[in-house]
Write a protein that binds this ligand. Structure first.
Ligand code: KG4
Ligand code: ZN
Length: 342
């Protein structure tokens, strides 16, 4: 039998507060990318409420999948596989996507490919950078994760650094809440920082004596809260833009420092960023400059592929599919799934 040339994958993502579906061709060509965000709903509570997230996913999932197929101009009969994020994430939220993907794959007798959410974020870089191939180093910075990863090959990852406490995005969200910006805080701090002085307040940058690649953001978060309290006690007016810019600088400096140390140590000439925080304009500029100085190629997804989406899951799934990854009908949601586990 002649081998079919193109591989069309329907990918589903529902690990947090975005219900998303996408059709991806050969891992790098996005035919559709539908995202139904619940942000407006969770804003009322200052963060994601797991129970509400699960219920909203159930309401939206079929419609989002139908739209993704329609926009890609394909039917279920054109697909080669169905992919889905099965961890890490909120268990009730993950289960909705996993159940939908299993139902479609079972009914259409298609292979089922479970994808790790972080592998998805990393693979978002393949979509717009057709030349990018492993090995490279990737900094994954999202609301739930801060990982420095060596991408040895497709599907082969080595985590060399991670956060000891808060994720980078979590720190952005908590500081934003403290200065009254609301949820999600990252984009708001990004915007407000442009009007502030990043040198105004010297916030601490945590260093882990035993690991040059690990991160810690809870001390920084406390320092910001202490600063705000101190101002209140002494009746000193707070310049929110300066607090935002100085906090952001402390985060960005550490992320750049650790990443460039890893790039140098491992000797790769390619470096990528991924995850929601990777859409931060100051972080992107700082990484761009740091890489240029070292003559390293810098890769980053467009903002729409940085925050949660299903196209990135389709990109990751293509390489998993090519490597022979197939999941059975008992695939379950794994809220604390480790990168590289099958
Ligand atoms: O990757 P993502 O959509 O979800 C997770 O997998 O966690 O990341 C969401 C996180 C949130 O914490 C949000 O505040 C942060 O990414 N974020 C940003 C920016 N846009 C989103 N942080 C800093 N600057 C931004 N422009
Ligand atoms: Zn994510």
């Amino acid at each position: 039998m002649e081998e079919k040339k193109d591989v069309l994958i329907l990918a589903v993502e529902s690990s947090c507060d975005e219900t998303a579906a996408s059709v991806v061709k050969n891992g790098r060509e996005v035919l559709s990318n539908i995202i139904s965000s619940q942000i407006e709903l969770h804003k009322l509570y200052g963060g994601v409420v797991p129970e509400i997230a699960s219920r909203k996913h159930i309401e939206k999932i079929n419609q989002v999948i139908e739209e993704a197929l329609k926009e890609a101009n394909v039917t279920l009969d054109d697909l080669d596989a169905v992919a889905v994020t099965y961890g890490p994430g909120l268990v009730g939220a993950l289960l909705v996507g996993v159940s939908a993907a299993k139902a479609i794959a079972y009914a259409k007798k298609l292979p089922l490919v479970g994808v790790h959410h972080i592998e998805g974020h990393i693979s978002a870089n393949y979509i717009e950078n057709k030349d990018l191939e492993p090995p490279f180093i990737c900094l994954v910075v999202s609301g739930g994760h801060t990982h420095l990863v060596v991408v040895r090959d497709y599907g082969k990852y080595e985590i060399i650094g991670h956060t000891r406490d808060d994720a980078a995005g979590e720190a952005f969200d908590k500081v934003a809440r403290a200065i009254g910006l609301g949820y999600p805080g990252g984009p708001k701090i990004d915007k407000l920082s442009k009007e502030g002085n990043p040198e105004a307040i010297a916030f601490p940058k945590a260093k882990m004596a035993d690991s040059p690649y690990d991160f810690s953001f809870s001390g920084l978060k406390s320092a910001v809260l202490n600063y705000l309290n101190g101002c209140k006690m002494k009746n000193i007016p707070v310049v929110e833009a300066d607090v935002a810019a100085s906090f952001q600088k402390a985060v960005v400096d550490v992320l750049v420092e650790h990443s460039m140390r890893a790039v140098k140590e491992y000797g790769f000439d390619k470096f990528a960023i991924a995850g929601g925080v990777a859409s931060n304009s100051t972080l992107r500029n700082a990484m761009e400059q740091a890489c240029r100085r070292r003559r390293i190629h810098f890769y980053h997804p467009s903002p729409i592929f940085c925050t949660d989406n299903a196209a990135m899951i389709g990109a990751a799934a293509y390489y998993e599919y090519r490597n022979g990854t197939r999941h059975s009908w008992d695939l379950n949601a794994v809220p604390n799934l480790k990168l590289g586990e099958r």
